[in-house]
Design a protein around this ligand. Structure first.
Ligand SMILES: NC(=O)C1=CN([C@@H]2O[C@H](COP(=O)(O)OP(=O)(O)OC[C@H]3O[C@@H](n4cnc5c(N)ncnc54)[C@H](OP(=O)(O)O)[C@@H]3O)[C@@H](O)[C@H]2O)C=CC1
Ligand SMILES: O=C(O)C1=N[C@H](C(=O)O)C[C@H](O)C1
Length: 270
């Protein structure tokens, strides 16, 4: 007998990732779409979340959080930090698990997520692709091997609509490198340069941000030495990779106890 499907609600259902997620859930035989949320101002309220695919799901997009979460095992949330936190508070109360893809949280907001995770399972990752999470492990190895004589710069590029910078992925890459080198990213990060900057301080980790067109998400970590340089890059060519990673996370989370998890837990990379 096959196991019952994981019932998944989607927040930000009319967004770029929201739509990718709805399509992925509808195409996954072991998952079931149980609800779709959007903001009270959304023109999509009351419409079928599958309508953009020319399909019918039997559901309607709602701004009523409790209605949208009814029957859900897991909420997948790719919205904005304030939206995710509001959704998470209700999910913690109802025992609905949450996959968080949203980026741009500050330290205080991350602490709030940690305290909600004491009540329900939360999986949070700034990048749900398998590739980026493998790259984070490669960066740890590279940074340790190149700890002397190499300047480290992180370059990321995204589409014109992205509202946070640097990307959550770039910051996670910076954290991976800083941790490997025993540095504190809060004090060694340099976010962009302008004017007479002076020579580069070798203990810094630099970040550069590009925004334009429809770039889905490119990240490069540059280790620049004398006479050679190494670039470790990841380029996403479809948001489907983030959606598939999110479904893996939802399947994983459905069987977990309360706590805060990341993609290493989902992918068994610890
Ligand atoms: N972890 C990962 O792998 C990835 C993470 N992301 C992150 O996901 C987030 C969303 O990206 P993307 O889909 O491109 O963004 P979009 O702007 O396309 O979609 C965001 C959705 O969230 C809704 N929303 C905005 N603010 C709120 C709020 N306060 N409460 C509830 N809903 C809200 C929007 O509604 P409306 O349109 O009405 O404002 C929209 O439906 C970003 O933080 C991005 O960095 C993106 C891709 C991959
Ligand atoms: O906003 C996006 O689009 C993306 N955001 C994530 C981030 O901030 O790292 C991940 C991905 O690169 C796409």
């Amino acid at each position: 007998m096959s196991a019952s499907p994981v019932k998944i609600a989607i927040a930000g259902s009319s967004g770029r990732m929201g739509r990718m997620l709805i399509e992925a859930v509808l195409n996954a035989p072991d998952c079931q779409l149980s609800g779709a949320l959007d903001q009270p101002s959304s023109p999509a309220l009351g419409s079928d979340p599958a309508a953009f695919l020319g399909k019918s799901s039997g559901l309607t997009i709602t701004a009523d959080l409790r209605q949208g979460l009814a029957g859900a095992d897991v909420l997948i949330d790719f919205t904005r930090p304030e939206g995710t936190l509001a959704h998470l508070a209700v999910c913690a109360e109802l025992g609905v698990k949450v996959v968080i893809g949203t980026t741009g949280f500050d330290a205080q907001q991350k602490a709030q997520i940690g305290s909600h995770a004491a009540r329900t399972g939360v999986m949070m990752a700034p990048n749900m692709s398998v590739g980026v999470n493998v790259v984070l492990g490669l960066l740890d190895r590279a940074a340790r091997a190149l700890s002397e004589g190499f300047d480290i710069e992180i370059i990321e590029a995204h589409h014109r609509h992205k509202v946070d910078a640097p990307s959550g992925t770039a910051l996670a890459m910076g954290e991976a490198v800083a941790q490997a080198l025993g540095r504190d990213l809060k004090t060694c990060a340099v976010y962009g340069r302008e004017g007479v900057t002076g020579e580069r301080d070798p203990s810094t980790i630099g970040f550069a941000t590009v925004r334009g067109g429809d770039i889905i998400g490119d990240h490069t970590v540059l280790f620049a030495g004398i006479g050679e340089r190494i670039e470790i890059s990841h380029k996403a060519s479809s948001r489907a990779t983030f959606a598939q990673g999110s479904l893996r996370a939802a399947r994983f989370l459905a069987t977990q106890a309360p706590g805060l998890y990341d993609m290493n837990d989902v992918l068994g990379l610890r």
